[in-house]
Ligand binder design. Structure first.
Ligand SMILES: Cc1cc2nc3c(=O)[nH]c(=O)nc-3n(C[C@H](O)[C@H](O)[C@H](O)COP(=O)(O)O)c2cc1C
Length: 371
């Protein structure tokens, strides 16, 4: 646990005030010190994309159907050849010990208990092997390309060896820095929280910029992956490769052609390109382009079961939750994350029941109307 904790932790329990999934967001600030809270909540730049993610869900209302037989209703789906009891996944979120000493281990065991798929970040505070031990059979590994291909390949081999069933390659954050909100709050990553997965890998030497060269283009972007790197990666793994961070139909089509097994429509929770569209707004055209049967997931702004319903209606097969996961982890550790998943699932089931949808397949665009 980091040294900035507001008060010593009491044993994890779910506060009586938690009545819905979003209550975890409301209460989280009591359990996370202010700078770390700003780091988790913040979005890049003016936070326009962060706000857009949330606002997008308010633009749609649900048109309920009456008199449907829901007695055999369920939330099951099949994705990448595997059956999932519900469409709620834990998004890759780095450095989870920032909010709870058990960090990713707690999230992984919560996911296992609730039959949810967890995506372990490259930047986890516990090693991907330790996380895999706690996780259930549904676990994906989120891969950031490393400066050296040998390091990237080693991460892939480790993920394959420890039972991860897919690689999630995040492509939307070649440049990462804490948000203005985090910097203004004085956030600094505690020195004991490090990306342990990368400890053994060589660090690139400092790039020497020639006169007139840009810190961004010839500096940071000189190591960013390209289509060639993706092709190389796909040729070197047997795991399905899921691409995270897609917002355009042309990219989606190219990725499908290149062999991506699935796509996550995402803008990194508003933490990358400020000014990018809301994930939900980008979803329908991508669904139209890739067709009905191609696996599409969405993250960004999911705060309730109703949000999940709307994402499914607009074309997602499943959703991932980022910040809510950290909120629940901070509030009540593994118990909190498990309770969050159960609550989201219940909220989705209530929404399906009240709108007359017995299965996820019944949740189509015709279930929505503009608000
Ligand atoms: C604190 C924090 C750390 C994150 N770390 C990662 C990461 O390591 N890898 C990644 O692909 N996405 C990361 N994300 C983005 C999430 O996977 C996800 O795209 C985003 O949080 C979804 O939006 P939401 O927070 O509104 O649910 C992070 C998000 C947050 C809030």
């Amino acid at each position: 646990m980091n040294g900035q904790s507001p008060s010593p932790r009491t044993p994890d329990r779910i506060p009586a005030e938690i009545l819905c999934a979003q209550d975890y967001e409301r209460l989280a600030h009591r359990f996370i010190d202010a700078p770390a809270h700003a780091y988790i909540e913040g979005g890049s730049g003016t936070e326009a994309t962060l706000r857009a993610n949330l606002a997008a869900f308010t633009r749609h209302c649900i048109r309920p159907r009456l008199l449907r037989d829901l007695s055999s209703g369920h939330t099951r789906l099949t994705m990448l050849g595997r059956e999932h009891p519900h469409p709620i996944m834990l998004a890759p979120v780095a450095f989870q010990t920032l909010v709870h000493p058990q960090g990713e281990l707690a999230s992984a065991s919560a996911a296992a208990a609730m039959d949810a798929c967890m995506v372990c970040s490259t930047l986890s505070a516990y090693s991907l092997e330790e996380v895999a031990e706690q996780a259930g059979s549904e676990k994906w590994f989120q891969l950031y390309f490393q400066p050296f291909r040998s390091s990237t390949l080693d991460l892939v081999r480790r993920a394959e060896a420890t039972g991860y069933t897919a690689l999630v390659v995040t492509l939307d954050t070649s440049i990462q820095s804490p948000s203005l909100r985090a910097r203004r709050a004085g956030f600094a990553m505690p020195p004991d929280i490090v990306p342990v997965n990368l400890n053994a890998y060589p660090k690139p030497g400092q790039v020497r910029l020639a006169r007139g060269h840009s810190v961004i283009f010839q500096g940071m972007m000189s190591e960013a992956p390209t289509w060639d790197d993706l092709a190389w990666l796909m040729a070197h793994t047997t795991l399905p490769v899921v691409i995270k961070g897609v917002l355009r139909t042309d990219d989606a089509l190219e990725l499908r052609r290149a062999g991506a097994a699935a796509i996550i429509v995402s803008n990194h929770g508003g933490r990358s390109l400020d000014g990018a569209p809301a994930s939900l707004a980008a979803l329908p055209s991508i669904r139209d382009a890739v067709g009905d049967s191609y696996p599409l997931l969405l993250d960004g702004g999911i705060r309730s079961g109703t949000d999940i319903f709307k994402a499914l209606a607009l074309g997602a097969d499943a959703v991932l939750v980022g910040r809510l996961q950290m909120h629940a982890l901070a509030v009540a550790g593994a118990l909190g994350v498990a309770h969050l998943i159960r609550t989201l699932r219940e909220e989705l089931e209530i929404c399906m029941a009240l709108s007359g949808c017995a299965t996820l397949a019944a949740i189509g665009p015709d279930m929505l109307q503009p608000a």
